[in-house]
Design a protein around this ligand. Sequence first.
Ligand SMILES: C[S@@+](CC[C@H](N)C(=O)[O-])C[C@H]1O[C@@H](n2cnc3c(N)ncnc32)[C@H](O)[C@@H]1O
Length: 330
Amino acid sequence: LGAFGKIAGEGIDFALKLRREIAQHPATRGIYRELANRNLFTDLYQHDRMLADRVRVGAYHRAIERYVKPGDVVLDLGTGSGLLALLAAKAGAGVVYAIDHGPLIDAARAVAEDNGLRNIRFERVNSRRFACAEKLDVILQEQIGDALFEEQMVDSVADVRDRLLKPGGLILPARFELFLDPVQLREARPFAWQQEIDGLRFGALRRLEPEQPRTYHFKPLPPGDYQHFLTRSEPVLAFDLARATARELPERVFYKRPVTTAGRLDGFCLHFRARFDDEIAIETSPFAEHTCWRDPLLRVETRVCAEGDRISLRLEVPDWADPTTWKWDQ
Ligand SMILES: C[S@@+](CC[C@H](N)C(=O)[O-])C[C@H]1O[C@@H](n2cnc3c(N)ncnc32)[C@H](O)[C@@H]1O
C-alpha cells in the first residue's frame, strides 16, 4: 500500500504539472481554455447566478429592446440558457443564431420551444467554427469574466465581427472600461508572513511565496468584503469591440494617484463597466448595485496610507485573457 501510495502521489504531481504546461503552452492553451470554459458553464449553478442577476438581465433586456429591429439577423455568441436569443426573438428579430460550445444547447432549444419561439437556430459549435449564409445585424455577447478578459471575449468577438458582421452592425455590449482601484477590505487579510500575533512572528513563511500558484495573489471576492477605495476611481483601460483586437491592448498599466481617503491598502480591486450605449451599462464596482460578478483583488503587502500619500501601480500583462500571467507591484 505504501509503494502504491507513493506511485499514486507521483502520478498526481505529474498530472498537475502537465495540466499547468498544457494551460500555458502557446500550442495548447487555446484548446485548454475552450475546454475549461465549456466545463465551467456546464454547471447549471452558473446559469442560476446569471439569470438571477437583475442588473445584468435588465441591462441586456433594455438594450435588446432598444437595438434589435424587426427582421434583424442576430447572433447570440455563447447562448448558455438561451436568454439573450429568446429576448432577441421576442423583440422581433428575423432570425437568431444561438450558438454555444457546451452541451447546454439542447436544453436551451427546449426552452425556446416551450416558449413558442421558432425563429431561433440553435447550434452546438464554438464561435471560431461558426458560419452562416447571411451577414449579421447584431452580435449579442456575454463573454465577460470576473477579470473581464478571461472568457476570451476580445478574441472571440473580434473573430465573428471580422468574418460575419455587416458594416455598421452592432455589438452589444461593445464599450468597456477597466478599473484597478486601491482598496481597503472590511477585514484585513495580510499575507501570512506579515502577521504578528502576541509577539510571535511568521516572516519565515515568506519562503513559500514563490511556490504559490499565481491565484494566491489574485482573489475574486464578494462585494461585501470591500470597504472603500483609497483614491478616486478612474479607468486604467478603455476599448471598443467595434474595432479592438487582443493584440492592440497595452502590455502594461502604470499610474500614480494621491490618496483621497486614508486607510489600509489591501490591494487593487479589479472592476469594470460594460456599456451598451451612453445610458445602458453594467458596473461591477463593489460600491454599485451588486451583480453576479466577483471583483478580483490584486493583493499587495498591506500598509497604511494617509491622505495625500501617493499610491502607484505597475502592472505587466503578457496576456490579458490569463490573469495568472499578470505581475504587479507598487
Ligand atoms: C457567461 S455565459 C453567458 C450565457 C448567456 N448568454 C447569458 O447571458 O445568460 C457564456 C456562455 O458562452 C459559451 N461560450 C464561451 N465561449 C464560446 C465560444 N467561443 N463559442 C461558443 N460558445 C461559447 C459558454 O459555454 C457559456 O454558455
